[in-house]
Design a protein around this ligand. Structure first.
Ligand code: AMP
Ligand code: ZN
Length: 428
């Protein structure tokens, strides 16, 4: 994709390692990389000099791999989703996820590499998610990757999963730093300013569960995994599908955290309120085993609406904070939204209203790149390779980190600013 070519001009040279948490993980960085980093590959008899990264993702329940070059072309990709298995068990059971990653990782990586038409010889580096995520899942990807880089003598680039979500948009759109980013996924809810490839300011995050988790749990309470219109869908997708037929105003749930003038999110109280309402409706309808409530579309719509108003309100405050503090220069105000929940069209439409009202440009990666995948990891590897960040050859004693904050936490400053957010009608 030509847009990405703008991002990578000039020759590559290795900068000194930064003092990021990733950098601190390795004891012995090695500095003679140039032979590895400048690769010459031959396509159709024409020699081209390019960086190519193999990305590997196993932080949660998707085994993903992709080969991406510095122009942003996705040369090959493969993904194994565990959704079907976890829908049956009612949620992700870490040892089950680990076992499925173990069974699929070699096949998925080989598929991505062979689909790319390049050999391991042509690949400049291997990039792998090492933080944050489920320990057992991260461990499989890291072990496999370290064996691969040792065998093929390739540099290793450790990837922060949330940084990768945040920067995926730069593969598909011309988005330059700094920009505001909202990450909505099954495990995270984060508002941050992306200032550079590995340079983030954290404005706020969830203090309990994430929006994807909320929707998955509501879907579970409504038994949507058995619903004829939602076969094989994630909870969030199922709620989105049924909410389209519902009335968002029939049920009124409490919008979380409205008294707190910060960018912290909370979805646990909303989840309890919705599941209490579902139990009450089930009793009133006298529901039998295997039956579904008649009011599912209205409950789905009201749940999605309340969650979205909460997200939009916090994002509105983040926008006003960035304006007030001059964090994002006027004229290039961009809001990037990514993560699995960002593929929800209602959430997108609502955030578009917010962006229009505040003169921000809303940019979202295509839905298939919003959920977990190998492409975003490979692309983050390309970004780091081009910036000379976190590139390692000696990978002995490398560790994964299940918990890893994103960037420098300035959420206290947001709270101190105590910005009042004007009302915005999102009943779209
Ligand atoms: P991630 O953690 O980024 O891979 O995203 C997975 C989460 O996104 C799960 O909780 C899904 O339920 C949720 N999700 C996927 N598609 C949608 C959708 N269309 N609307 C809302 N949530 C979704
Ligand atoms: Zn994710």
């Amino acid at each position: 994709m030509a847009l990405a070519q703008f991002l990578f001009r000039g020759p590559y040279f290795l900068k000194s390692l930064t003092a990021t948490s990733l950098g601190r993980m390795l004891k012995t960085p090695i500095c003679s990389w140039n032979n590895y980093l400048r690769k010459v590959s031959v396509h159709g008899g024409k020699s081209i000099s390019t960086k190519i990264v193999l990305g590997i993702e196993t932080s949660c329940d998707d085994t993903g791999a992709a080969v991406v070059d510095e122009t942003g072309s996705i040369l090959g990709e493969a993904l194994h989703s565990q959704t079907d298995v976890h829908l049956k068990t009612g949620g992700i059971i870490p040892p089950v996820a680990q076992q499925l990653h173990q069974e699929n990782i070699a096949r998925i990586v080989q598929h991505a590499v062979s689909a790319s038409g390049v050999s391991m010889e042509d690949i400049s580096a291997v990039a792998t998610t090492v933080m944050p995520g489920l320990a057992l899942s991260l461990g499989i990807g890291l072990k496999y990757s370290l064996e691969l880089v040792k065998k093929h003598r390739k540099p290793f680039i450790p990837i922060h999963h949330m940084e990768a979500h945040a920067l995926t948009v730069r593969l598909t759109n011309l988005v330059t730093f700094p920009f505001l980013v909202l990450l909505l996924s099954g495990g995270h809810c984060i508002l941050a300013v992306a200032q550079g490839v590995s340079d983030f300011l954290l404005l706020g995050q969830t203090k309990d569960i994430a929006p994807g988790d909320l929707l998955d749990k509501v879907a579970r309470s409504l038994s949507l995994h058995n619903h004829p219109e939602c076969s094989g869908m994630t909870g969030g997708r199922a709620i989105e599908t049924l909410a389209q037929q519902g009335n968002i105003l029939r049920y009124k749930f409490t919008i979380p955290m409205q008294r707190y003038r910060d960018c912290t999110f909370s979805f646990a109280g909303l989840r309890s309120e919705i599941t209490r309402k579902i139990s009450k409706e089930e009793k009133e309808e006298g529901l039998q085993e295997g039956q579904h409530l008649s009011c599912i579309p209205d409950l789905a719509a009201a749940s999605l609406y309340t969650m979205t108003v909460h997200i939009a309100e916090r994002t509105h405050r983040a926008i006003l904070f960035c304006k007030e503090k001059g964090i994002i220069p006027p004229g290039k105000e961009t809001l990037v939204v990514s993560g699995g929940v960002a593929s929800n069209q209602y959430v997108r439409r609502s955030l578009q209203l917010l962006a229009d009202a505040t003169n921000f440009t809303l940019v979202c990666p295509p839905p298939r790149l919003c959920t977990d995948n190998g492409v975003m990891i490979a692309w983050n590897g390309i970004e780091k390779l081009s910036a000379g960040l976190d590139i390692f050859y000696n990978v002995e004693h490398f560790r994964y980190e299940p918990k890893a904050p994103l960037g420098t936490d300035i959420s206290e400053q947001v709270k101190e600013a105590s910005i009042k957010v004007p009302a915005l009608n999102l009943a779209v």
